[in-house]
Design a protein around this ligand. Structure first.
Ligand code: SDX
Length: 431
C-alpha cells in the first residue's frame, strides 16, 4: 500500500484524529481506520460491509455504476469472447495472460489431476441419494484434507500450488459425481482427451451403455458459464474463504467454507431459486402479480436473479448469458422455451417499473444462467454446484493473494454490544 498524502480528520469529543486516505487504481478512495480504536477508543459500525474494504487486492474490479467487470484489467466481455476458462484461471492466479507454452503447461497440469483418490468414492456412497449436491460438495471438498496430506502446509508455496491445482481439477469431477450419485447412475471417470468443459459434460451425461458425443456449441456455452462465474472480488463466499484462511486453516477447509456460503439463496443459490421462481410464475400474464409481490414490504418474496450489492446498472455477465441462452436454446431447437419467454418479459417489466428503476435493480448473473443449464439437461439442484466449481479458481486466487500479503492478520470483527451488562447469577429456585 503506497504512503498516503491525503488525510481525513475525525473529531470525537475533544480529540481530532488524522486518518490516512489511499487512492486505488480504480474506484473510490479508502480511509484507513486501523488505528481508530487505539487512538480514538471507538469502533466503526458497518454490518454487511456496505462501506468497508476488508483487504487490498489486484485481482478483480467492479465498477457497479457503469456495469463493468475487470479481471486483472481485462473486461469480462472480452474474456468470454476471446479467451476460455482455463486461460482465465491462469490469468486470475498469475496476474498475466499466459504465453502459449505457459498455457499448454497449465492445461496439462489441470488435466492430469482430475481423478479423485479412489477411496473418496466410499465417502460419496455414505450420502443419501436425495442429498443436495451442494451438501455433498461441501462435505467432500472438506474431506479432501483427509486424503491429500501432502498439500496441507500453507507455509510451503509448492504445497499451496499443488492444493490449488488439485481443487481446480477435481471440482468438476466432484460435482459430476454428486450429480451421478443423485441419479443412481455409475460414476463416469474423467477423460484426459477432452477439454475442461467437455470433460465435465461427459462426466455428467455419459453412461456406460451409450457413447456421449459432446456438442462443441454446448461445450463452448458451458465454458462461458464457467468463465463468467470465475471470480467477483470480495463477495460473501470469497470473503468467507478469506476469513477462514486468515486463521491458517488448510486450503480444502477454506474452499469448503466458501461452498457452504455460496449455497445461500441470496448468493449463488439464487440461480436455483430463480428458475424455480420462473417455473412458479409459469406464464407471462402472471408477471404483474409477482412484480407487485416483490415490491410489497409485507411479502418476503423478492425477484430472484435481480439486484446486486455492487451493480447499480446491468451486470455484464447477465448480458452475455442472455445472448448465450438464445444461442443454446436455438441449437437445441427449443427457442420457444416458456421459461425464457417469462424471464425476458419479467426483465422488461421490472426495468420499466419505477420501484426497480429507483432502487437500480437489474438482472444479475443468476437470472439467465439457470435457463441455459436446464436446457443442457441439468436439474435445478446442479446449478449452484456449477457456480461453485467455476468460482473455485477465484476463491483460490484470493486465498493465495491473502497469504502472500505481509499485512495478513486473522479476521476478527468487533461488535456493537447491545446485551446485558455484568450481573449476578441467580440460583434456579430463586428465579
Ligand atoms: C450473487 O456480491 C457478489 O458479487 C455476488 C455475486 C458473485 O458473483 O459472487 O454476484 C453472485 O450472489 C448474485 C446475487 C444473487 N441473489 C439474488 O438474485 C437474490 C435477490 N436479490 C437480493 O436479495 C439482493 O438484491 C442482493 C442480496 C443481491 C443484494 O442485497 P443488498 O445489497 O443487501 O440490498 P438490499 O437487499 O438491502 O436491497 C436494497 C433495496 C431493498 O429495499 P428497501 O429496504 O431499500 O426499500 O432493494 C430491494 C430491497 O428490498 N431489493 C429488491 C430486490 N433486491 C433488492 N426488491 C425486490 N426484488 C429484489 N430482487
Amino acid at each position: 500500500m503506497s504512503d498516503s498524502k491525503k488525510f481525513a480528520s475525525l473529531t470525537i469529543g475533544d480529540k481530532t484524529l488524522e486518518l490516512p486516505i489511499y487512492s486505488p487504481t480504480e474506484g473510490p478512495d479508502v480511509i484507513d481506520i486501523r488505528k481508530l480504536y487505539a487512538q480514538g477508543d471507538v469502533f466503526t459500525y458497518d454490518p454487511g460491509f456496505t462501506s468497508t474494504a476488508a483487504c487490498d487486492s489486484t485481482i478483480t474490479y467492479i465498477d457497479g455504476a457503469a456495469g463493468i467487470l475487470l479481471h486483472r484489467g481485462y473486461t469480462i466481455g472480452e474474456l468470454t469472447e476471446k479467451s476460455h476458462y482455463l486461460e482465465v484461471c491462469y490469468l486470475l492466479l498469475n496476474g498475466e495472460l499466459p504465453s502459449a507454452e505457459e498455457l499448454e503447461h497449465f492445461e496439462y497440469r489441470i488435466t492430469r489431476h482430475t481423478m479423485l483418490h479412489e477411496q473418496m468414492m466410499n465417502f460419496f456412497r455414505g450420502f443419501r441419494r436425495d442429498a443436495h449436491p451442494m451438501a455433498i460438495m461441501t462435505g467432500v471438498v472438506g474431506a479432501m484434507s483427509a486424503f491429500y496430506h501432502d498439500s496441507l502446509d500453507i507455509t510451503d508455496p509448492q504445497q499451496r500450488e499443488v492444493a490449488s491445482v488439485r481443487m481446480i481439477s477435481k471440482m468438476p469431477t466432484i460435482a459430476a459425481m454428486a450429480f451421478k450419485y443423485s441419479k443412481g447412475q455409475p460414476f463416469v471417470y474423467p477423460s484426459n482427451d477432452l477439454d475442461f468443459a467437455s470433460n465435465f459434460l461427459r462426466m455428467c451425461f455419459a453412461t456406460p451403455v451409450e457413447e456421449y458425443e459432446v456438442d462443441p456449441i454446448l461445450s463452448r456455452a458451458m465454458d462461458r458459464i464457467f468463465t463468467l462465474h470465475a471470480d467477483h472480488e470480495q463477495n460473501a463466499s470469497t470473503s468467507t474463504v478469506r476469513l477462514a484462511g486468515s486463521s491458517g486453516a488448510n486450503p480444502f477447509a477454506c474452499i469448503a467454507a466458501g461452498i457452504a456460503c455460496l449455497w445461500g439463496p441470496t448468493h449463488g443459490g439464487a440461480n436455483q431459486a430463480c428458475l424455480e421462481m420462473l417455473e412458479e410464475i409459469g406464464t407471462v400474464d402472471r408477471i404483474p402479480e409477482y412484480i407487485a409481490r416483490a415490491k410489497d414490504k409485507n411479502d418476503s418474496f423478492r425477484l430472484m436473479g435481480f439486484g446486486h450489492r455492487v451493480y447499480k446498472n446491468f451486470d455484464p455477465r447477465a448480458v452475455v448469458l442472455k445472448e448465450n441462452a438464445d444461442e443454446v436454446l436455438e441449437l437445441l431447437g427449443i427457442e420457444n422455451n416458456p421459461k425464457l419467454q417469462v424471464a425476458k418479459a419479467l426483465e422488461a417489466a421490472a426495468l420499466e417499473d419505477p420501484y426497480f428503476k429507483e432502487k437500480k435493480l437489474f438482472p444479475n448473473v443468476d437470472f439467465y444462467s439457470g435457463i441455459i443449464l436446464e436446457a443442457m439437461g441439468f436439474p435445478t439442484s446442479m446449478f449452484t454446484p456449477i457456480f461453485a466449481l467455476s468460482r473455485t479458481v477465484g476463491w483460490i486466487a484470493q486465498w493465495k493473494e491473502m497469504l502472500d500479503d505481509p499485512q495478513l492478520k486473522i479476521g476478527r470483527p468487533r461488535q456493537l454490544y447491545q446485551g446485558e451488562s455484568q450481573r449476578d447469577y441467580v440460583d434456579v429456585e430463586d428465579r
